[in-house]
Ligand binder design. Sequence first.
Ligand code: HEM
Length: 165
Amino acid sequence: MRRLFLFFIAICLVSLCFSDDAEARRRRRRHRPRRAKIINEKKLFERIGGAKAISEIVDEWIRLNLADQRVAQAFTPVTSKPEKLGKMRRNLNDQLCEIADGPCQYKGSDMKKTHIALAVSEDQYLVVSDNLVRVLQARQVSEREKNELLARIGELRPEIVADTP
Ligand code: HEM
């Protein structure tokens, strides 16, 4: 009888141990930071289509902005001087490429100084950003890549619009 009682106690202790373990495992799983599911994922630069795609996006973006009556006036510093337009194009290309983790480095002027000097308004910023959305949509850049690129460009907003808090 005593043996049976001891056996019963041992069973209880073992099952208690295991249930604690299971609970602890569950708790650890709940608090473990989610690891990125996709390993070895390509960089945004590659997913967008590489150097050629970035260059075409920049050309089309500039073309839309210069043709857009809502902001064209703001671009007269470059439209009046072809060499300045070429420089802006190169620097914008390097910037987009770098932002997308491509093999480029932005070597242009201080973004804030350039844009604050132009007194870029919130409305102008929205128009120019929207023109980029149009370019990406027209090229059928997938939703995920489009949003990633726009979010990264969005981080530059304080350097472009003067009254950003
Ligand atoms: C959406 C965000 C924008 C980005 C990422 C951006 C990026 C750039 C870059 C990289 C340059 C080249 C700077 C250099 O050559 O050193 C540039 C120049 C310029 N940007 Fe922006 N820009 C943005 C918005 C705007 C807006 C809203 C306007 C005006 C409506 C504007 C007007 C200009 C002008 C006129 C230049 C040429 C300045 C000069 O060379 O004298 N930009 N921008």
